[in-house]
Design a protein around this ligand. Structure first.
Ligand code: MRU
Length: 361
């Protein structure tokens, strides 16, 4: 596919020795491309909680490899017998799972690892490790395949050159196994000779749009313009936005979608200006057990991200109360379509009984 070779490395991979999860530290982008080797469950939990590795699918891949690496370490240290391994496995799983609450890919990837572990329960530790490694590899490989398919379906929404695409946060190569979700169709369209113009929201307070989306689009030679989050309405009114593409952290059964704080504001604006608003994400981000957005836990983060981080000096008087939810819920009826690896789902959404291999109609 035309996307191959676009980026020199993945955001998350397993080291060649199999003893660490290698991530690019996304908190240092765009200034520095530094790789970290995460060797145990504490380091994996910290990296996810601090957004060194971030983006729902990338978190899922990091959690799966983290589970394998941390369990392998305990096995290599000795003292575990196959039966006693169970409590250690679930202790590691629960610790990694506590890192962040909103992206369902985290708990879903760990549940997959647990199912795999159950299937080899009581077998030799070597066999358990082999099975866990294969399962973690599968989480990543399946995510790559999903991103490729999302690129194809999403590219159908970019039928002509010079389309203006507004995006929020970072749902690109760094946020997944490879290629991205919201940005994958952009790369594909570009590789097919179209010239999409991307408008990247800076995405306060952690600036994933300014720092990461701009970096990866520039690397890929895509036309990108940066604007502050509060400029979206002006941008739309000026006629510069043909379509909005964002990622997702969790989609409820009724289509309500949790994504980076500020996403729902774009959906409201897009409806006002008559601009199509699309969510792009793998079906692994759909959580049929959440009936609606009210059932999705929204992470609250440290006030200092709003008042201090990325400013030369603190910008608000000390002691001010700060509201800092990391995500918001976009109501399903504002979403024109949800682009997945199985096709584009259209409203009214009902993912209650989303079956394996069910495709969008
Ligand atoms: O807090 P972050 O940076 O992990 O939030 C990321 C997002 O909101 C992304 O849009 C989402 O995870 C989809 S990534 C393909």
């Amino acid at each position: 596919m035309e996307l191959d070779g676009l980026f020199g490395y993945d955001a998350v991979s397993l080291s060649s020795e199999g003893d660490s999860v290698v991530i690019i530290d996304q908190t240092l982008l765009p200034w520095e491309e530094r790789f970290l080797a995460l060797r145990d469950e504490e380091e994996v939990r910290e990296a996810i909680a601090k957004l060194r590795v971030r983006g729902a699918p990338a978190i899922g891949v990091a959690a799966a490899y983290g589970m394998y690496v941390a369990f392998r370490r305990k096995v290599k240290e000795g003292g575990l017998d196959p039966r006693g391994a169970d409590s250690e496995f679930y202790r590691i799983k629960n610790l990694i799972c506590s890192a962040r609450p909103t992206a369902v890919n985290l708990s879903a990837a760990l549940e997959r690892m647990a199912e795999c572990f159950k299937s080899v329960s009581g077998k030799s530790l070597a066999l358990q490790l082999d099975a866990l490694r294969s399962e973690a590899d599968a989480v990543k490989e399946e995510d790559m395949a999903m991103c490729r398919a999302i690129a194809e379906f999403g590219a159908e929404l970019i039928p002509r050159t010079d389309m203006g695409i507004l995006t929020h946060c970072n749902a690109g190569h760094f946020a997944v196994s490879r290629y991205g979700t919201a940005l994958a169709p952009v790369y594909l369209a570009q590789s097919r000779g179209l010239a999409p113009r991307v408008f990247a929201d800076e995405t306060r307070p952690l600036m994933q749009g300014a720092r990461i989306t701009v970096l990866e689009l520039q690397k890929a030679g895509v036309d990108v313009t940066l604007q502050c989050d509060n400029m979206a309405s002006a941008l739309m009114r000026a006629g510069k936005v043909d379509i909005v593409f964002t990622g997702c952290d969790r989609v409820a059964a009724n289509g309500d979608t949790a994504n980076k704080i500020g996403t729902s504001a774009l959906a409201v604006l897009a409806r006002y200006y008559g601009i199509p608003f699309y969510i792009l994400g793998p079906t692994s981000s759909i959580d049929p057990s959440a009936a609606s957005g009210d059932d999705i836990p929204v992470e609250q983060r440290d006030p200092s991200e709003v008042t201090d981080l990325y400013f030369e000096r603190r910008i608000a008087p000390a002691g001010v109360k700060v509201y800092n939810p990391a995500f918001d819920i976009t109501p399903a009826d504002l979403i024109s379509g949800i682009v997945t690896e199985r096709g584009i789902f259209r409203p009214p959404y009902d993912f209650t009984n989303l079956k394996l291999n069910e495709t969008a109609v």
